[in-house]
Design a protein around this ligand. Structure first.
Ligand SMILES: [Zn+2]
Length: 297
């Protein structure tokens, strides 16, 4: 049973998938005064101050929209996302722009914005048919891309990745620094699930590949999941116990890796010597679950 309270896994709307096939759905909803529209530009959403901006359709009708997405419904209100066609041009809209690392909304807006950005990210890079290369057409309220040449449909993709809090027999936590990260920054290990592989196998394999540590497969325990659509990941969180402690880094991926006691983590964070992942990340939740409380940056 998942126990982590994950910031990007909150939602309070109904996706109403059965409505996606309605002919003219988006056009009809844009004519309804009660419809609300999020505006997405690249991987960011329009904000009204600290809140995700929810516009009436007329207020954003002047924007050059690439794709409209039907997000779903809540309390009788239909929600769309308007994904701007040009991420470079400055749209005529008096808003700020924020991404998923900083947006922290009540459940309804949070769920809508995660869905909107995730779907927009898929559209951004799946513009053509993978079979024949023809440019595909958006249908089904933004949930399908249809190839007019061979008739095939493409559906939104999300790529599973495992992320794992690995502990040793003394309950020390393994924290590593990726080669691209700033000095002092550390996190738990993570990696994509490979084709033909189960989640537990991915946890064991990635840990072996990155630091040469053996994980007991029977100890791998699911803790929760959340979308991380930058560009397309579903992060599946685990904890697991290592049966060896000697760390041999995969040098092209891991710059540093060490076992930490809780006191060492608390002291290093307080001294500013250890930078943990941001609060929106599942990594932060896994680390704080192991720690047994909130760690203040
Ligand atoms: Zn095709």
């Amino acid at each position: 049973m998942p126990v982590l309270d994950l910031p990007l896994a909150r939602a309070a709307h109904y996706r109403a998938a059965h409505r996606r096939a309605e002919a003219g759905l988006v056009g009809d909803l844009l004519k309804e005064l009660g419809t609300r529209v999020l505006v997405v530009r690249g991987n960011r959403a329009a904000m009204a101050g600290q809140r995700v901006a929810l516009f009436a359709p007329d207020d954003v009708a002047h924007l050059a929209v690439g794709t409209h997405l039907f997000l779903g419904e809540a309390d009788g209100v239909a929600y769309l996302a308007a994904v701007l066609a040009d991420t470079e041009a400055e749209p005529e809209l008096d808003v700020d722009w924020a991404g998923l690392r900083t947006i922290d909304e009540p459940d309804l807006a949070q769920g809508l914005v995660v869905e909107a950005i995730a779907l927009a990210q898929w559209h951004a890079v799946h513009t053509h048919c993978p079979r024949c290369g023809t440019r595909t057409e958006v249908t089904q309220g933004g949930w399908v891309r249809h190839c007019p040449a061979d008739g095939t449909n493409q559906f939104p993709r999300t790529d599973p990745a495992v992320i794992m809090a690995i502990t040793d027999a003394d309950d020390r936590l393994l924290l590593a620094r990726g080669t691209q990260w700033a000095p002092g920054r550390r996190s738990v290990l993570a990696g994509f699930v490979e084709p033909g592989e189960g989640l537990e196998q991915a946890v064991v394999r990635e840990t072996m590949e990155e630091v040469d540590v053996v994980v007991d497969p029977d100890s791998v325990e699911y803790r929760g999941s959340q979308s991380w659509p930058l560009p397309a990941s579903l992060m599946l969180g685990f904890r697991a116990r290592a049966s060896t402690t000697r760390l041999v880094r995969q040098e092209d991926e891991i710059a540093e890796a060490d076992w930490f006691t809780r006191d060492e983590v608390a002291t290093a964070v307080a001294d500013g010597e250890l930078g943990l992942p941001g609060r929106a990340s599942i990594a932060r939740s896994l680390i704080e679950e192991w720690y047994g409380g909130r760690l203040e940056d």
